[in-house]
Design a protein around this ligand. Structure first.
Ligand code: F6R
Length: 606
């Protein structure tokens, strides 16, 4: 999604804005722009394409030179990616950058047109710029407050007024925005990595707060124009978190960070060999009383929920429904105050997941958020909260966040099972012990990258492929398939292996790759029957299964071997080859692995 940055200080503002925007590239974007105060007036440079295109344009024309300004990377929603639709957008005396959606922009635009205003772009953003300009009476704060009362939607804004040189205004209405504080300089940004090079100290703006940054420092106001004292937070990420650290891509770095991420996430939540989530507000007593559990999330986070469903139902015997957040919120769900609704989100800002959580709360359910981004909206609004400690995930394709999400689902499942009296303490200790061993297994699997590269090389010419599996392996297939399609652009689907012959098997043609995940011992023979069915129809089968499993070559063409560990814990390690296969396929195809086309990291619009 769009990224906002802003700067006031003594450095070359253009350099700072471009550098900060480069740290937000992971969010996905299709155009970029900046507005800088130069000799008392606002100079705008913007361009469709990547930051490099903007830099090239500025080199050809003129690079804005000044010490204060705002910048933006745009992910198109209203109007195609183009120079004219790129931000910043300006009225006569006001220039803005914007993240999010203005829901009532059409009505506002009609009003402004009736007042003789002319529009250059198709964006909802320009409506805000023109509206600010329309109401501007020489007092920026009053004007911003007036306009905020008229806008509907969730958004964040960076604003500069031509009359107020070297002052940057920032507004948060739902969409996240932080204000970084350095010595003699300040920043605004959509996310922490943008400012880490300059400062770790920041204020997290809350809904309906306005920040004013100038050479005297930072002031924050509410909509009643009352100045607010806020707690200065310190980011616990270091600079390395926002750098590739010698890896070719953030995605590869994040795949390799998984063993550490799992340890950091689970270790503080285990005491005396048993899960202990008390610091997250979760006690055995609380967990005892739920009738139903809903897991609501999007994309990869939803797939983590699928793994959670299998293990919670298997161990705790409580019914679990997994919902796509955008479906849940509009399907009038049968949630009651006797239910637990678990929201899983890396960013903690996904619009559909946030709305689904609010709906669940309105229906009286207890909400539990599993979130990676500290201080995010979902984290702040949930009744109970388990932070995953993966550190910042920069690559658009989620890997380490998924891994820590499922590690938390395991802890939760163990605790639910123990609370429900379905497993003994001894059994719980055994299971927790298995989970604690997984980082080592993951590290070992990461050594087998050549095997993944070999498989990837056989996939790059495919037009389409299938991932199949049963039970937990089906849940994993979903994630494997999503990972591959989002970064390699090869069409792929995941199917419950037993479902193939009810239609999908007709797609199998000579040489079509099928990736069969077969880690569940009790289901192995069943899955093998399904593999034989596709093999007999010409499929080229890659099997992800235990190394110890020997098979005839009439079953699979290639095996990615896994260690012999308990079935229930397999998803924690079996996802690794699926991630590596997707990664290397994308690399071999020459794609932009970290920033796949059309995708955004944090999806803050519906
Ligand atoms: C895929 C991916 C997405 C996200 C989804 C939810 O690799 O990253 O499918 O999982 O957009 O995002 P969060 O977890 O931030 O709510």
């Amino acid at each position: 999604m769009c990224g906002i940055v802003g700067y006031v200080g003594r450095r070359d503002c253009t350099d700072v804005l471009i550098d900060a925007l480069s740290k937000l590239e992971y969010r996905g974007y299709d155009s970029a722009g900046i507005a800088v105060f130069e000799n008392g007036s606002i100079k705008v440079a913007k361009s469709k394409g990547r930051l490099a295109d903007l830099e090239k344009k500025m080199d050809e024309e003129e690079r804005p030179l000044g010490n204060a300004g705002i910048g933006h990377t745009r992910w198109a929603t209203h109007g195609e990616p183009s120079d004219v639709n790129s931000h910043p957008h300006s009225g006569e005396r006001v220039t803005i950058v914007h993240n999010g959606i203005i829901e009532n922009y059409k009505i506002l635009k009609e009003f402004l047109v009736s007042q003789g205003r002319q529009f250059r772009s198709e964006t909802d953003t320009e409506v805000v710029a023109q509206l600010l300009d329309y109401y501007y009476d020489g007092n920026p704060l009053d004007t911003i407050i007036k306009v905020m009362h008229e806008l509907e939607g969730s958004f964040a804004l960076g604003i500069v007024f031509a009359d107020f040189c070297d002052t940057v205004y920032a507004v948060r209405c739902e969409s996240p925005l932080i204000v970084g504080v350095g010595s003699d300089e300040s920043f605004i940004a959509s996310d922490v990595p943008a400012i880490l090079k300059y400062t770790k100290d920041y204020y997290l703006l809350e809904h309906n707060e306005i920040a004013v940054l100038n050479n005297d420092g930072v002031k924050i106001f509410n909509l009643h124009k009352k100045e607010i004292e806020k707690e200065l937070k310190t980011a616990d990420w270091d600079m390395d978190a926002a750098e590739k650290g010698g890896y070719e891509h953030f995605m590869l770095k994040e795949i390799y960070e998984q063993p550490t991420a799992v340890r950091t996430t689970i270790t503080p939540r285990i005491s005396d060999g048993l899960p202990n989530l008390e610091e997250c507000g979760i006690t055995y007593d609380k967990l005892r009383n739920f009738e139903n559990i809903y897991v609501v999330a999007c994309g990869t986070a939803m797939h983590a929920g699928m793994v959670g469903k299998y293990i919670i139902e298997k161990l705790a015997r409580i019914p679990v429904t997994v919902d796509i957040a955008s479906e849940f919120r509009y399907r009038d769900p049968l949630v009651t105050d006797r239910d637990l609704v678990i929201i899983i989100s890396q960013s903690g800002e996904t619009a559909d997941s946030l709305a689904a959580m609010r709906l669940a709360k309105n229906l009286g359910a207890q909400t539990l958020a599993i979130v990676n981004a500290k201080g995010s909206s979902i984290a702040r609004e949930a009744d109970m909260l388990i932070y995953t400690h993966a550190g910042p995930e920069i690559a658009v394709a989620s890997t380490k966040a998924y891994m820590v999400q499922i590690s938390v689902m395991y802890l939760l499942a163990f605790e639910l099972a123990l609370a429900a009296g379905k497993i003994s303490e001894d059994e719980c200790r055994r299971l927790t012990g298995l989970l604690q061993q997984t980082p080592e297994y993951i590290s070992d699997l990461l050594e087998k990258k050549e095997a993944a590269q070999y498989i990837a090389s056989s996939l790059i010419t495919a037009d389409s492929l299938l991932y199949i599996g049963r039970g937990l392996d089906y849940a994993l297939s979903m994630e494997g398939s999503l990972k591959l399609k989002e970064i390699s652009y090869i069409h792929s689907e995941s199917y419950a292996a037993g479902e193939l012959k009810h239609g999908t098997i007709s797609l199998i043609s000579d040489g079509m790759p099928v990736i069969a995940v077969a880690t569940q011992t009790a289901l192995l023979e069943k899955t093998i029957s399904n593999i034989k069915e596709v093999k007999a129809r010409g499929a080229k089968v890659v099997m992800v299964c235990r190394d110890s499993y020997e098979f005839e070559n009439d079953i699979a063409d290639y095996k990615f071997g896994l260690p012999d560990i308990d079935d229930i814990i397999m998803p924690m390690i079996a996802v690794v080859p699926l991630q590596l296969i997707a990664y290397y396929t994308s690399v071999l195809k020459g794609n932009d692995v970290d920033k796949p086309r059309n995708l955004a990291k944090s999806v803050t619009v519906e």
